[in-house]
Design a protein around this ligand. Structure first.
Ligand SMILES: Cc1ncc(COP(=O)(O)O)c(C=O)c1O
Length: 494
């Protein structure tokens, strides 16, 4: 083949490729028309969702056939386009989702998202910052730092504190215990727990969240080395029993290492005696982690400060902005009093990720186990910017008041009994004489008839129902409606 011809062919291929590269438009970018249509559909969906909320069942009965169709679909070779997708999302997904934003969605510590969240989540997805090292996310790094400093100021942690936003309270506790291990076990990074020495013991109460056991299991401490300390008559960790357990472990040659106290237990909202526990931890040289996933952010309300004052003395604390700051899932937070300890537990050198240190900017990959991380801080920061902390203070205060109102209503109805004091927003009660199965049926009935979604509870061996009013949309009228229905139930009328 003549040389000219070969180079001509090569040139032709090269110019074809170049031309295609220049003209190339990704299949994954929407056209102007599609973008306009997607915006329209999204706005319509959000508007309709909000407008229909009062009439939407709190727990729609899932359309199983429709959901099963999702599994019958094979990997779609061809796309269904913007309208096809929105139709499917509306008919199949939204229609078969729990209505978390319903004002009588009162099961679990799970609030509806705040009103700005949907929009800021879209922005976070658009700019898609990778919050691992600052070069990939300079503004996000500062926003996260700002949120963490705000939260640290709420719990009155010192300026030395550092933290990280996490996937939730469970992960925050896991990361706290990893930090505590690294801090208290010599050579931990090298040997882990595979070293000679006494077994480490962690103490928490029988009412603590299961995430403490999970963290102990995952970190290799072992659930057998978690002491579930008895509680007092108000479901708070019993400090005398804790002291005795620590002494017994020392006497048996084990190594007491950490206490996880709870600021707002998941079932009843009890707040452990944090000051007394902090005193004991100081005396015994134990790491104190406070699980504040449920209750910690009630510190926004001045009236809760005295009860929760011990939070400020913890070595670490977990908080959940996706609970009391009504951020959409997921937004948890870990704060560590001495931030260098958090960094010591999680920072690793890697030649392919090194960026110059900058005092303004933080590499969050050095403060937790994740490398790629989404921009969780945007939704928390944006809501605080948009509404101001005063709005959150008012909201959390109202939920506390509504819980007291609910509790007084329960006490006033013959045939209903409160199962625990109401410290925060969890109201636990039982229908006198009802078996566990009957109470379960009652929960199902209340949900099916759209009275409310409440949850089950088991306290000191007693089964009951639990309304957790961690919901910024709940009103006194909602509580009245539930109480009226419960009055009928207690009177044997339904
Ligand atoms: C006291 C307590 N700790 C931890 C958790 C777990 O938090 P998350 O679901 O964010 O992991 C909860 C959840 O309700 C809780 O109430």
């Amino acid at each position: 083949m003549p040389v000219d011809y070969v180079s001509g062919v090569k040139f032709g291929i090269a110019s074809y490729v170049a031309c295609n590269i220049v003209l190339f438009v990704s299949e994954l970018v929407l056209t102007d028309e599609e973008r306009a249509r997607a915006g329209e559909r999204l706005v319509t969906l959000l508007e309709r969702y909000e407008r229909d909320l009062p009439e939407t069942p709190v727990l729609p009965e899932p359309d199983r056939d429709r959901l099963a169709e999702l599994l019958a679909d094979s990997l779609p070779e061809k796309g269904i386009g913007v309208d096809g997708l929105f139709d499917r999302i509306e008919d199949t997904i939204v229609a078969n989702s729990a209505t978390v934003a319903h004002s009588r969605f009162l099961a679990y510590v799970l609030g509806p998202p705040n009103g700005i969240a949907a929009y800021t989540e879209a922005i976070a997805a658009t700019i898609n910052q990778n919050c691992n090292f600052w070069q990939l996310s300079p503004a996000a790094s500062v926003v996260e730092r700002s949120v963490l400093e705000w939260l640290a100021s709420v719990v009155e942690f010192p300026a030395s504190a550092k933290g990280i936003l996490t996937g939730g309270g469970s992960l925050a506790t896991l990361q706290a215990l990893a930090t505590a291990l690294n801090d208290r076990v010599p050579g931990f990074r090298g040997t882990g727990l595979q070293r000679p020495g006494p077994p480490l013991v962690v103490y928490t109460s029988v009412e603590a969240h299961r995430s403490v056991d999970k963290a102990a299991a995952i970190l290799g401490i072992g659930v057998d080395h978690v002491r579930h300390i008895a509680t007092d008559e108000e479901n708070r960790l019993d400090v005398a029993a804790l002291t005795a357990a620590i002494e017994a472990d020392r006497a048996a040659g084990r190594q007491p290492w950490c206490v996880v106290a709870t600021c707002g237990t998941v079932a009843t909202g009890a707040v452990d005696p944090l000051e007394a526990i902090a005193d004991l931890c100081a005396e015994q040289e134990l790491w104190l982690h406070v699980d504040g996933a449920y209750g910690g952010l009630f510190l926004l309300c001045n009236e809760m400060r005295e009860l929760m004052a011990g939070c400020a003395r913890a070595d670490s604390i977990s908080l959940d902005p996706h609970k009391l700051l009504f951020a959409p899932l997921e937004a948890g937070c870990l704060l560590v009093r001495d931030g260098t300890k958090l960094r010591a537990a999680f920072a690793f050198d890697s030649s392919y990720l090194t960026v110059a240190d900058d005092p303004l900017l933080t590499d969050y990959m050095d403060y937790g186990p994740q490398l790629s991380r989404n921009f969780k801080a945007l939704k928390v920061w944006s809501a605080l910017q948009a509404f101001g902390v005063e709005a959150f203070r008012a909201t959390t205060r109202r939920t506390l008041e509504l819980a007291q109102y609910f509790a007084r209503g329960i006490e006033a109805i013959p045939g209903l009994t409160l199962l625990a004091p109401v410290t925060l927003t969890a109201v636990c009660f039982a229908v006198d004489g009802a078996s566990p199965a009957e109470q379960t049926t009652l929960l199902e009935t209340l949900a099916a008839e759209n009275t409310a979604l409440l949850g089950p509870v088991l306290i000191n061996g007693k089964h009951g129902l639990r309304a957790c009013i961690t919901n910024h949309r709940t009103t006194a009228a909602d509580i009245d409606l539930i109480l009226a229905r419960l009055q009928d139930v207690a009177a044997g009328r339904g």
